[in-house]
Design a protein around this ligand. Structure first.
Ligand code: NAD
Length: 287
């Protein structure tokens, strides 16, 4: 049998370009000064989108903007606290005036919260209510305000993609995480599905990514305590944390024509953690 002829390289190039073409798409990324948000912003900017970087950390935001601009990215920056409903509404109003609309919005900004439920002060009867409310305000309400702003700008154009950063901790209980965090992320998952139903007739797709543990600044600057890192790694079949650039393929997929038939979906990106049950963990032996 003679070997099959390979398709001309140019056809493959054209296919990849068409699938992942985000050229010129006006893209908002919240929490863009650090971690996963920065990586998503980089993926979009280096692929030719115009990226509006949003964060409450003005200094970090400036550094992110400089880095991406130096690499040739088309970027602008907006210092906004996503928990401030009026500020988020004003942001999208400014974007309407400046750009006429936006095509892609990553509602990504979020914080971690200590203590987890293994700590005595993380128990239902003990946890500090101000922590609970702060996490809800940023991780749930902040994403909700961002999605609202996105929908308002996208509906008139009948086009758009919204991508929300949830967490594997929103898909199942996670004792190494606080009540507030798991609750906010679980709520986001259903918010995404509900919004996908409402916005489908408007040509707007809404999806969630559910990361497992990634090395970012969410636990504060600097490395995690080794015992903490080891406890997480025992739950990850690939045997390590994710690194922020590993989110870029999924981010680009969900923002681009490659995912044109995908909405209301929730994508774990977690080194296999959400596939691991107690039974499978036991059979894999000590981590
Ligand atoms: N790193 C992980 O292991 C992990 C796992 C699952 C989900 N996530 C989620 O990923 C998202 C990004 O987190 P990360 O890990 O990159 O953390 P990170 O701390 O490195 O980055 C978060 C960014 O969001 C910004 N931010 C926080 N609160 C804000 C607010 N109120 N308004 C505007 N900006 C705000 C911070 O200033 C920071 O720049 C979060 O929603 C987080 O819950 C992270």
């Amino acid at each position: 049998m003679s070997p099959a002829a390979s398709p001309p390289e140019a056809l493959g190039d054209a296919l990849r370009r068409r699938l992942f073409d985000v050229t010129g798409l006006r893209t908002v990324v919240t929490g863009a000064a650090s971690g996963l948000g920065y990586a998503m912003a980089e993926a979009m900017a280096l692929s030719g989108a115009h990226v509006i970087l949003v964060d409450r950390n003005a200094e970090g935001l400036r550094a992110a903007q400089d880095r991406l601009a130096q690499q040739g990215g088309s970027v602008e920056a907006e210092v906004v606290d996503v928990a401030d409903q009026a500020a988020v509404e004003a942001l999208f109003e400014r974007l309407r005036e400046r750009h006429g609309g936006v095509e892609v919005v990553f509602a990504n900004a979020g914080i971690g919260a200590r203590p987890n439920i293994l700590h005595p002060d993380g128990g239902l009867d003990r946890l500090a209510l101000d922590t609970w409310h702060r996490v809800m305000d940023i991780n749930l309400h902040g994403a909700f305000y961002t999605m609202r702003g996105a929908a308002a700008l996208m509906k008139p154009k009948r086009r758009g993609a919204i991508v929300v950063t949830a967490s594997t901790a929103g898909l199942r209980p996670e004792p190494k995480v606080s009540y507030a965090y798991v609750t906010a992320k679980a709520a986001l998952v259903n918010l995404v599905r509900q919004a996908a139903l409402e916005l489908a007739p408007w040509g707007i797709r809404v999806n969630a990514i559910a990361p497992g543990p990634f090395h970012t600044n969410i636990g504060g600057p600097g490395p995690r305590p080794p015992e903490d890192e080891a406890a997480w790694i025992r739950t990850i079949p690939l045997g390590r944390f994710g690194e922020p650039p590993e989110i870029q393929g999924l981010a680009l997929f969900l923002a681009s024509p490659a995912s044109s038939f995908v909405t209301g979906a929730v994508y774990p990106i977690d080194g296999g953690a959400s596939a691991l049950t107690q039974v499978t963990a036991d059979s894999l032996g000590p981590g």
